[in-house]
Ligand binder design. Structure first.
Ligand code: NDP
Length: 454
């Protein structure tokens, strides 16, 4: 990937890559523009201007491309020429599009013949200070790894984007080691088995893996979840039926311990964890209030997910609106974000309140502590007086043993329509960095996954 400056980057291989702001803009309006979706190349300038809400002249003054798709300096007119007449670069080696459960042979040999020899990987290029940017990850093509004895070759089909990935980019102490510089970025994936020398896995099976930001990965089968040859919604295993779903269910039931009639407040209410927490709370008879950013997300939380109320933390009067929505106080606060949302929640907590501390996304890009005064002793005093329980957890470390029970219950709930699920699928591994930056900015609306193959 060639990048320069802060704006849209390249039309390499005929596929436009977007700078994060443009990508976010396009995504929030649901108009992903790409050749796959029929963007005529000759309209690149107009498209660029429209998506960034600037004039075509402004777009031209900052978005220059050369014929090979590199950003290059130049005049507005030459840039316009390049943008609108740039011939498509020869297509990158195309990866096979046939899925293993398509009609045809599933035999290992025939399957191998279709493999690309190139494995696109995103490696950690530098540790971000604050928000990750275009320099944080680098796209590198390497050979597809050759499986040895007792190994599987997996082809990643969906990559999960999750807030914890920000922590892995950092060398700061954490519950898991950081990704080394130059190493492939980690991430949960749903993959297909391309070759198998591991009992219990056949070519064509879909598996949940920790396959990372890349097309292909080797595995010895340990830790994989086999979804079989034809799962209905394979990517959901990265969301409501997988890690975020388990996080929601286990965090709420094991730490929140909800009782019918209690008031449950859920931060990050439109995301995969928060949305699931609130819906389980409703199934268990709680009065459920969500907190989310913006009227669109809040509307979804109430109208589609069935929460009793949702408060927009970005709107004026947030703290008062929250107070009015919880007349009996808060018995359980499911913490996903921290920061200003936590500040508004704390005074409303009841005696014996339980707080599953799941995440603090508002702090993940922070480079310093928030300005004073130091309120730690106030918080400790409140914990003491109200005999509150705050408990942090790391889902697989603390609750991995409950996965079977969770999976059975959640599959049933989803099948019956008791739990609704919203997913945002973005096509193309090359979009992953910008999509991840957007996730940390609150731009995701539902569970964000990258589809690696058509
Ligand atoms: P989401 O996909 O919901 O993305 C995060 C959401 O957080 C955004 O959509 C945004 O929604 C909100 N957000 C972003 N920035 C802020 C901010 N400054 N203030 C308030 N809200 C903000 O994430 P997940 O559902 O996947 O995860 C939710 C939380 O759970 C995260 O903190 C994550 O790290 C944590 N987690 C913890 C696990 C564990 O084992 N402890 C496992 C899995 C997740 P909005 O537009 O509403 O602001």
């Amino acid at each position: 990937m060639q990048t320069q400056g802060r704006n849209i980057v390249t039309l390499r291989s005929g596929v436009p890559l977007f700078e994060p702001r443009a990508l976010a803009f396009v995504q929030t309006r649901g108009q992903v523009s790409s050749p796959e979706r029929g963007l005529p190349e000759g309209h690149a300038v107009e498209w660029a201007a429209r998506t960034l809400n600037v004039t075509t002249d402004q777009a031209l003054s900052t978005w220059f491309f050369d014929g090979a798709g590199r950003v290059a300096p130049g005049s507005a007119s030459s840039a316009r020429h390049r943008l609108t007449h740039s011939p498509r670069a020869p297509p990158a080696r195309r990866l096979p599009s046939r899925l293993p459960n398509d009609a045809g042979s599933n035999g290992g040999g025939a399957h191998m013949a279709e493999l690309s020899s190139s494995n696109r990987t995103f490696v950690l290029a530098e540790r971000p200070k604050g928000e990750p940017d275009a320099n944080t990850l680098r796209l590198v093509a390497v050979d597809v790894p050759t499986p040895g004895k007792g190994q599987l070759l997996l082809r990643n089909r969906y990559l999960s984007l999750d807030p914890y990935m920000r922590g892995r980019m950092s060398a700061a102490p954490s519950y898991a080691p950081p990704v080394e510089l130059g190493a492939v970025m980690v991430g949960g994936t749903v993959a297909t088995v391309e070759t198998s020398d591991v009992p219990g896995f056949s070519v064509g099976d879909w598996v949940v893996a920790f396959g990372g930001w890349q097309d292909y990965v080797l595995s010895d089968g340990k830790g994989l979840i086999n979804l079989g040859p034809n799962p209905e919604n394979p990517s959901w295993a990265l969301g409501v039926l997988g890690m975020p779903g388990l996080t929601a269910w286990a965090g709420l039931t094991q730490i929140g311990r909800p009782q019918a009639g209690e008031t449950l407040v859920v931060a990050g209410a439109s995301g995969p964890v928060g949305a699931t927490v609130g819906q389980i709370g409703k199934l268990l008879g709680c009065h459920v209030v969500g907190i989310a950013g913006g009227s669109k997300k809040c509307g979804h939380v109430v109208d589609t997910l069935g929460f009793d109320a949702c408060i927009d933390y970005k709107a004026d009067g947030f703290a008062d609106a929250l107070k009015a929505a919880v007349p009996s106080g808060i018995d359980i606060y499911f913490e996903n974000v921290g920061g200003a949302v936590l500040d508004a929640v704390l005074p409303r907590l009841n005696t014996s309140a339980r707080i599953p501390v799941c995440g603090l996304i508002s702090q993940y890009n922070a480079t310093s502590l928030p300005p004073g005064p130091d309120r730690l002793n106030l918080l400790m005093g409140m914990i003491l007086r109200k005999r509150m329980t705050l408990r942090g957890f790391i889902v697989f470390d603390d609750f991995g043993h409950l996965y079977g029970e969770f999976s059975k219950k959640m599959t049933e709930w989803v099948k019956n329509g008791d739990i609704q699920y919203r997913e945002e699928v973005i096509s193309g591994l090359e979009q992953a960095p910008a999509a991840f930056i957007g996730l940390l900015r609150g731009e995701a609306f539902g569970k964000r996954v990258i589809a690696l193959t058509p």
